[in-house]
Write a protein that binds this ligand. Structure first.
Ligand SMILES: [Zn+2]
Ligand SMILES: [Zn+2]
Ligand SMILES: [Zn+2]
Length: 428
């Protein structure tokens, strides 16, 4: 994108819409290609992410109001996709363009599940409007089973009080979470929610299939997004904390109630700093996006090498770009630790831990090479600097456009599965 491409918008108001429709699309490729041309034509004012599948369409788009591109886009969708006439658009405002560019992709399923569920029975599934969901939850007074179907880094900063949150980052893991929920659902009412509602469309059917004797599966129509439009900022709001979005806004303007019981945090490291989204803030091991406050992001104490919850055991052990800056004693201790972990994994199960062990080996081999370099007279660069795990640049100089929705290169290493927060396959 040319740097001046967005200039015509100035400080125009921008509308951000989130939409999905489960409807049969005969030729997803043709639809995607027409949408791509539209985005290309309106590149200066209109950007976003759209997935097109045989089972429907799902996307988020942002356009300057002055340009009028959004209503044109909506008209085009109505024309292209039968069943889109009544598709609801969840709308919010932004003061600037929230996407770096436009991406339209065709996918096999809107919500990757590896299992086609479109034609399953859904006798127990009930859609509840934000008001109905609110009243029903209030009436259960904390006794209901509530499932949060989003990623871990979303539920850390905000969730419905008492909700169970999966430690899941892809559909397989989410499937296992639902399987375990299903085993405890016999005769019970289950409430579920996600960001915009689409993930629940499939998850609710999946749960009913796995737990045929569940009493009812309630899904929040329009997701947290619509719930907060109705209850955000109000005293009776049952959503705690913030609704996290992996676009430039980071956090939706309307937040839930301030949490007094420590169910949600603001920052994954210090817990209370104001969260600030930056694409450099990722796990040093797997690059899963993290929610960190500015203070944690600018601290050089760990040289920008944070870890996610799955890799907490490698915090202060694993290192990438900071290797030349660590002391010889530090490197030796880290190598020792990782070799020990590698042995433990091998003893536990050589087969299923092969990838984990390879990750460790790569890292300690890098460190051993650095020690050799030092022995040959190379010096340790002791400057107090932190590094961006995506670009390899010093954090102070990385513009934060190095990955995901911000970056020109999109995801540098495409995550293996969907739902990884910044990946192209989940735009919800
Ligand atoms: Zn913090
Ligand atoms: Zn960066
Ligand atoms: Zn990680």
């Amino acid at each position: 994108m040319a740097p001046d491409a967005a200039a015509p918008d100035g400080d125009d108001v921008h509308d951000v819409v989130l939409f999905y429709a489960y409807t049969a699309i005969e030729r997803p490729d043709a639809v995607a290609s027409t949408l791509k041309s539209f985005f290309a034509e309106h590149a200066a004012h209109f950007k976003g992410r759209v997935l097109v599948a045989r089972e429907g369409v799902n996307g988020t788009a942002c356009g300057s109001r002055r340009s009028g591109a959004l209503p044109m886009f909506q008209a085009l969708l109505r024309e292209l996709v039968p069943g889109c006439e009544t598709m609801p658009y969840k709308t919010s405002l932004a003061s600037e363009q929230v996407f770096h560019d436009a991406r339209v992709e065709t996918v096999r399923e809107l919500v990757g599940w590896g299992e086609r569920l479109a034609h399953e029975r859904r006798e127990k599934v009930v859609h509840l409007s934000p008001k109905e969901f609110h009243e029903a939850l209030k009436a259960r007074d904390g006794e209901a089973t509530v499932l949060d179907l989003r990623n871990e880094n979303e539920s850390i900063v905000g969730k419905f009080r008492g909700a169970r949150c999966p430690d899941a980052r892809n559909m397989q893991e989410l499937g296992r979470f639902l399987d375990s929920a299903a085993r405890e659902s016999s005769g019970k009412e289950v409430f579920m929610y996600c960001t915009g509602g689409i993930r629940c469309e499939k998850a609710a059917i999946y749960l009913e299939k796995k737990a045929p004797d569940v009493a009812k599966v309630y899904q929040l129509q329009g997701g947290i997004h619509e719930y907060l439009e109705a209850y955000g900022g109000s005293e009776e709001c049952l959503f705690l904390g913030k609704n996290f979005t992996f676009d430039k806004r980071g956090v939706m303007p309307k937040s839930g109630k301030v949490d007094c019981d420590g169910e949600v945090w603001n920052c994954q490291r210090c817990r209370d700093g104001e969260p600030k989204l930056r694409s450099c803030a990722v796990c040093v091991v797997c690059r899963f996006p993290l929610v960190l406050c500015e203070r944690c992001q600018t601290s050089t104490s760990n040289r920008g090498e944070w870890t996610c919850s799955h890799h907490a055991n490698l915090d202060g052990v694993y290192s990438m770009y900071a290797v030349p800056h660590l002391t010889a004693e530090d490197l030796t201790a880290r190598i020792e630790r990782m070799k020990c972990m590698e042995r433990e994994l091998f003893d536990a199960d050589p087969k299923s831990t092969a990838n984990k062990r390879r990750t460790l080996r790569k890292c300690f081999t890098r460190m051993e090479a650095e020690l050799k370099r030092r022995e040959a007279g190379g010096a340790c660069d002791r400057r107090d600097v932190a590094f961006c795990r995506n670009s390899g640049r010093e954090l102070a100089t990385c513009a934060g456009d190095c990955m995901g929705f911000w970056g020109p290169g999109h995801v540098i290493e495409k995550p293996p599965t969907t739902l990884c927060g910044v990946d192209a396959t989940s735009v919800e």
